[in-house]
Design a protein around this ligand. Structure first.
Ligand code: PMP
Length: 494
């Protein structure tokens, strides 16, 4: 325990020790039942006499903040933490000037805004279509528990070390095999394991852009990428999306005009629209990147979850000269809390990204990588993919049928050939942001579409996740949504 002591102060040393520990306890930094250092040890560390520490502990005990156990040792007592003292303290009345810059920063965290909206819905029987991920209840918990157990038993301390910044070699091997199986040729040495694919996106932005630069994005797009750009002071040049994905015919003119540093695309079952980039547009985009000497960041977060139609080639598979940096994740197919994503790049791009990875968090949890590698083989991956596809496709069908049944005229939605979402447009100029509170009151919530536009200026869309609820809940949720919308519409008319 490091206690800052002021030996020049008129406050006695034992009292300074008491005050410090008291503050730690009341602010919750020292939790109940934590053992305080032995008085002899603390006295030695602080360079004071043992009696000084014993006196401080005795006063804390008299206050009821600590107690002594029979066998010896002083422990923090289980008293309710009084956070009110902290509330007065932060934000400080006169924060240092460097904090003012942060207050005037131009970006707000949209993802937190959505999280708060979701958390504020208090209906006792709430049905949520708002979250971004898949259904974690499909995750084979027992198999994974066994894998984790085996790793700890067989690999022992090897799995508990930091590990390689590029990722655990056998896992990189498995990822390369899975990708190659899907027509994305990848050498294990070109695979870099990241802490979720969000980290990979951040690393690429950090490598290839500087504040004030521009990137080309689909509009709407993944909220996490928008927040990333806002927080890095990167300008977003928006390319509209239709049912065939990014409108690539708009790209060349923009490339000539704004000189972006990067093109970011989610070509498969885009978040939030569910659109899939057509084969012709894919080829055009890769050709444009080559012609204009521009990198493409391909975010393939749910590329495997196709329910209808034929698979399109990954941009990485069309890439002849290393223009494309490919990013994937196990979050949607397996479970987000693994926090295991990956990117594929080569040569100097790979080396620089590995440096950035090392500088950001040294390595993705080595233990989790070992466990995932013990669990996932190409065959197992394919099996869980088949299962997820089957279940999600069923839920997708239920949601589309329910929408047809319960939505009032004028509402439009896509059919989502794959992925997790249906993108729905409200009739007229109705705002999904305003409708949210009304829907929430009737017990159903969604993600308002404005969160997926850089300026939050488009309001008539909403995103529905069809993968997280069983069919009967989906049916009931869409029924509530349809009824709430009919009521909302009738109030607009009257
Ligand atoms: N890309 C897209 C398009 C996403 O929607 C998300 C999360 N919802 C991510 C990347 C990041 O996912 P993760 O970090 O869990 O891999």
């Amino acid at each position: 325990m490091r206690i800052p002591l002021d030996r020049e102060s008129s406050t006695p040393i034992y009292h300074q020790i008491r005050l410090f520990i008291q503050d730690q306890i009341s602010s919750g930094k020292l939790a109940p039942e934590v053992r305080l250092p032995a008085s002899r040890e603390l006295a030695r560390n602080l360079g004071v006499s043992r009696l000084t520490v014993t006196n401080a502990y005795a006063e804390l005990e008299a206050q009821g903040l600590v107690y002594t156990k029979q066998g010896g040792g002083t422990y923090v007592a289980s008293i309710p933490v009084d956070y009110s003292a902290l509330i007065g303290k932060y934000p400080a009345a006169n924060p240092p000037a460097w904090q003012n810059q942060l207050l005037t920063s131009s970006w707000e965290s949209a993802s937190q805004g959505l999280d708060q909206m979701i958390a504020s819905a208090t209906h006792p029987d709430l049905i949520s279509f708002a979250e971004g991920g898949g259904d974690s209840s499909l995750f084979p918990l027992d198999d994974f528990r066994k894998a984790l157990h085996n790793v700890l038993r067989q690999k022992g301390r090897a799995a508990l070390s930091y590990g390689d910044s590029a990722g655990y070699a056998p896992l990189r091997n498995t990822i390369a095999q899975i990708l190659t199986n899907q027509g994305i040729p990848a050498h294990p040495d070109h695979v870099l394991v990241t802490t979720g694919s969000q980290q990979a996106l951040g690393m690429v932005v950090r490598l290839l852009t500087r504040p004030g630069d521009s990137v080309l994005i689909e509009s709407p797009t993944h909220m996490g990428f928008i927040v990333l750009c806002h927080s890095s002071d990167i300008n977003m040049i928006e390319v509209p999306v239709d049912e065939e994905g990014m409108k690539v015919d708009r790209v060349e003119e923009l490339l000539c005009r704004v000189n972006p540093k990067l093109i970011y695309t989610v070509p498969n079952f885009q978040n939030p629209t569910g659109a899939c980039l057509s084969s012709i547009r894919r080829r055009k985009l890769v050709a444009l990147a080559e012609k204009y000497n521009l990198p493409i960041l391909e975010d393939d977060f749910v590329g495997d979850l196709r329910y209808k139609g034929i698979a399109q080639p990954a941009l990485k598979a069309l890439d002849r000269n290393g223009s494309v940096i490919y990013v994937g994740t196990f979050s949607k197919m397996l479970i987000p809390c693994l926090r295991i994503g990956f990117l594929v790049a080569a040569d100097v791009v790979y080396e620089r990204l590995r440096d950035i990875k090392h500088n950001s968090d040294v390595t993705t949890s080595n233990l989790m990588q070992h466990a995932l590698d013990a669990y996932i083989t190409v065959g197992r991956y394919q099996a869980s993919l088949r299962k997820a596809r089957f279940i999600f496709n069923q839920r997708r069908g239920v949601m589309i049928n329910a929408l047809s049944h319960y939505m009032p005229a004028g509402v439009r939605w896509n059919n989502a050939l794959g992925g997790l979402y249906i993108w729905l447009q409200l009739p007229g100029k109705l705002s999904a942001d305003e409708f949210y509170a009304i829907a929430a009151k009737t017990g159903v919530i969604y993600a308002p579409g404005s969160f997926f536009f850089p300026n939050r200026d488009t309001h008539s869309f909403l995103r529905l996740n069809f993968t997280r609820n069983p069919p009967c809940v989906i049916e009931e949720g869409i029924k509530r949504l349809g009824n709430a919308l009919k009521e909302f519409l009738s109030k607009q008319v009257n």
